[in-house]
Design a protein around this ligand. Structure first.
Ligand code: FE
Ligand code: CA
Length: 512
């Protein structure tokens, strides 16, 4: 196709698009005068506040193209968007047009504003003569109000090759009001023969084209698309959105061999692709070799979401990576979020914005020691940092701190105690750890808590894949640990393995 004719067509608007044979890739398609469906990656919304939400899509008629551009030519495309109170779009409350650019891999991040608080909305896009799928989204309650009780589901670790995204489908069927993803949304590895599904690409992803294509492949999954379409998401990455267990500028892996400049370029590419593919506000756009992701979202008087970034600012793992007995992990100079983010978190907890202070983050928070030591990649590798945060929230009178965690591919529920050297120490918070969507495969029915004798604050464990569904009211937070029976076959049923409640003003787990 002639790029100039495409540009003319695009600027000519939707009517022209519908009437003109367009793509050059396929003469068959061109002969039918149809433009291929550009919404193969679905739609999403995110970052709700009391009056606005981000609407996301990315045009990619051929998602697996190796250049990462999904079959899009180097030209701008106008994308129209609409928000309605109903899914027939008979009443529009907001609408507009944005330009999807080649430089941003034809992703768009629309901030739909002027919305009412604590309200449900439907949204859709139109581009190149096609309408997108319809998504449902929701705004937060206004400051000073509790709004409706909130069903919030969270998960992490969705390795495409290890199985089917049934957990995302079941999560969508639970009809949550908001979804949190705590990292490892993609994995960087090459295709591995013998897996239930295969990554596109035979080498570990490293370039912007690679990362864009990897997100595109994941986003073609219909179960993932269903979870994005049902509710706004609030996301933070962990390590695999860049590379396994990296710490700030320090790599944990030695392959592929990269020069310092190549590693910097890779990190930059990974952050750019993360922004392009997530329903984030423009304030979270990547900026050179970094991306400003830690942030607070207020859910009226009911809850505040403090979303942490525990990768970009951390000290390197103590005593190198892995499980270690390591006294350096106690050094006061070490921080997992970095000093600036620690201060920012404690300042936020000091505001007492909402009943529940929910800290959404990546790695295991409570102490978890076994005979080989502790995981140096988790908060156990940054013990003074954890103590500063726990003591900080206690000193500030934070009544209901709840830490949400991913990363470990198992479900756990933990009491957080003031002193992990004292088995009778006061409970000062609660941690809910989600299992993975697929990572680590089917798992098994084991629920015995590993090393419970050494770590009496660890109260629940499950080795099934799944997610946590919380129901948040002014008086209690209920947590249902949801597990799918299998991930290596599509469409397994889901069940609740265990439920807990946390009572307002009384940190720690109680059996529901
Ligand atoms: Fe993971
Ligand atoms: Ca991880």
């Amino acid at each position: 196709m002639n790029p100039i004719s495409r540009r003319t067509l695009v600027l000519g608007g939707l009517a022209a698009a519908g009437a003109t044979a367009l793509p050059a890739r396929s003469s068959v398609i061109a002969a039918t005068a149809a433009v291929p469906y550009p919404f193969q990656l679905g739609i999403a919304s995110g970052e709700p506040d009391a009056g606005s939400v981000v609407l996301w899509t990315r045009l990619a008629p051929l998602p697996l193209n190796a250049d990462g551009h999904g079959g899009m030519a180097n030209a701008n495309v106008v994308v129209d968007w609409q928000v309605s109170t109903n899914d027939l779009f008979t009443t529009l409350v907001a609408s507009g047009s944005v330009t999807a650019t080649y430089a941003a891999a034809h992703s768009v991040h629309v901030v739909a504003s002027g919305l009412n608080p604590d309200s449900d909305y439907f949204y859709r896009f139109r581009a190149q003569g096609h309408l997108s799928q319809v998504g449902r989204t929701r705004t937060a309650p206004a400051v000073g109000t509790n709004g409706r009780d909130l069903v919030m589901a969270f998960t992490s670790c969705s390795h495409y090759e290890e199985g089917y995204f049934t957990a995302y489908r079941r999560m969508a069927e639970d009809n949550p009001g908001v979804i949190l993803h705590l990292g490892d949304y993609i994995y960087e590895y090459p295709a591995t023969a013998g897996r239930p599904r295969l990554h596109a690409g035979t080498v570990e992803i490293s370039t912007i084209a690679d990362y864009r294509r990897r997100y595109a492949q994941y986003k073609t999954d219909p179960d993932l698309q269903a979870a994005h379409a049902v509710a706004p998401w609030i996301v933070v990455p962990d390590d695999h959105e860049v590379e396994n267990n990296y710490a700030n500028t320090v790599r944990a892996d030695s392959t592929p061999v990269l020069t310092a400049a190549q590693w910097t370029a890779r990190r930059t590419a990974a952050y750019q692709a993360y922004y392009e593919n997530m329903p984030l506000r423009p304030a979270q756009a990547n900026n050179g070799n970094g991306i400003p992701l830690y942030r607070r979202l207020r859910w009226g008087n009911l809850a505040t979401f403090h979303m942490l970034d525990t990768r970009q600012y951390r000290n390197d793992q103590a005593c190198s990576d892995g499980w270690k007995i390591c006294s350096d992990a106690d050094l006061a100079t070490r921080s997992l979020p970095g000093n600036a983010q620690e201060t920012w978190l404690l300042d936020g907890l000091n505001q007492h914005f909402g009943t529940w202070d929910i800290i959404g983050q990546q790695v295991f928070f409570a102490r978890r020691f076994n005979s080989t030591g502790a995981s140096m990649d988790s908060w156990d590798g940054y013990r003074a940092s954890r103590a500063r945060i726990q003591q900080g929230w206690t000193a500030r009178g934070t009544r209901n701190p709840v830490v949400l965690t991913g990363d470990v591919h198992r479900a756990w529920a933990n009491n957080l105690v003031a002193d992990y050297n004292n088995a009778n120490s006061a409970v000062i918070g609660t941690e809910l750890v989600t299992s993975s969507v697929t990572s680590s495969g089917d798992g098994d029915a084991t629920t015995a808590v590993p090393d419970a004798g050494t770590n009496p604050w660890l109260k629940f464990y499950s080795n099934r894949r799944g997610y946590v569904r919380t129901t948040i009211s002014p008086t209690q937070m209920r947590a249902d640990f949801r597990a799918v029976a299998k991930v290596t076959e599509h469409g397994a049923p889901v069940s609740t393995v265990k439920s807990f409640v946390i009572q307002e003003g009384l940190p720690g787990l109680q059996t529901a």
